[in-house]
Design a protein around this ligand. Structure first.
Ligand code: IMP
Length: 200
């Protein structure tokens, strides 16, 4: 079977992508399968640059088609912060959540969106990038133990639950990652045979 590498060592993301790819004739590997991968500094100016950099590095290192995402949370009242710095906003998930809630204390505007950009690299070149988003609000206090990152404080529009309270399968249908991934998959199906055995 053909395979593709997702350029992440984040087991939560790998699990989400594995579910998203469940119906495809392709096996998903990740950087967890390549422990020698030297890593990439995520110093790009935006999600697109970081995703492209990670996909290219993984494609070259693993010598197979690769994709990468870069994602984060943009909060309207904070002028889009933490944005591309979401992972480095504080030292741990609970500290990131606490810092964000403190920054929004007494703030009536709690609008936010998760953004995800996926880049695909084949034969040592980034061939395309795709952006997905999900809009919602930041709740007053964390709810739910599911998911990861900022999930317990993000309530997507049209739902009563935060991402932390939702079953993974529901998050998969509406998340920024699912949105970007659907666009990427459509592109692969329409335009390319990048997942064909020839490439692997
Ligand atoms: P990166 O895309 O691995 O650079 O990580 C971006 C950071 O944004 C993560 O470490 C999380 O803090 C946050 N993030 C991205 N996607 C999600 C999500 O689906 N749920 C919660 N937090 C997320």
């Amino acid at each position: 079977m053909a395979y593709i590498v997702v350029a992440t060592g984040n087991a939560h993301k790998v699990e989400e992508y594995r579910r998203l790819l469940a119906d495809q004739q392709v096996e998903l590997k990740s950087l967890l399968d390549y422990p020698g991968f030297p890593g990439v500094e995520e110093d790009g100016a935006d999600f697109r640059e970081n995703a492209a950099k990670k996909a290219l590095a993984a494609c070259k290192y693993c010598d197979v088609p690769a994709f990468a995402d870069d994602s984060g949370l943009e909060v309207e009242a904070l002028d889009g912060a933490p944005g591309v710095h979401s992972a480095r906003y504080a030292a741990s998930d609970p500290e990131r959540i606490a810092k964000l809630l403190e920054a929004l204390r007494d703030q009536p505007n709690r609008r936010a969106r998760f953004v995800c950009v996926i880049a695909i690299a084949v034969n040592g070149e980034v061939i395309e990038t795709f952006e997905g988003e999900v809009r919602g609000t930041i709740v007053e206090a964390p709810r739910g133990a599911g998911g990861f990152g900022y999930d317990p404080i993000f309530q997507p529009d049209g739902y009563e639950q935060t991402f932390g309270e939702m079953p993974g399968e529901l998050k998969d249908q509406i998340s920024h990652r699912a949105d970007a991934f659907r666009k990427a998959l459509q592109f692969v199906e329409d335009e390319m045979s990048v997942l064909d055995d020839d490439f692997c």
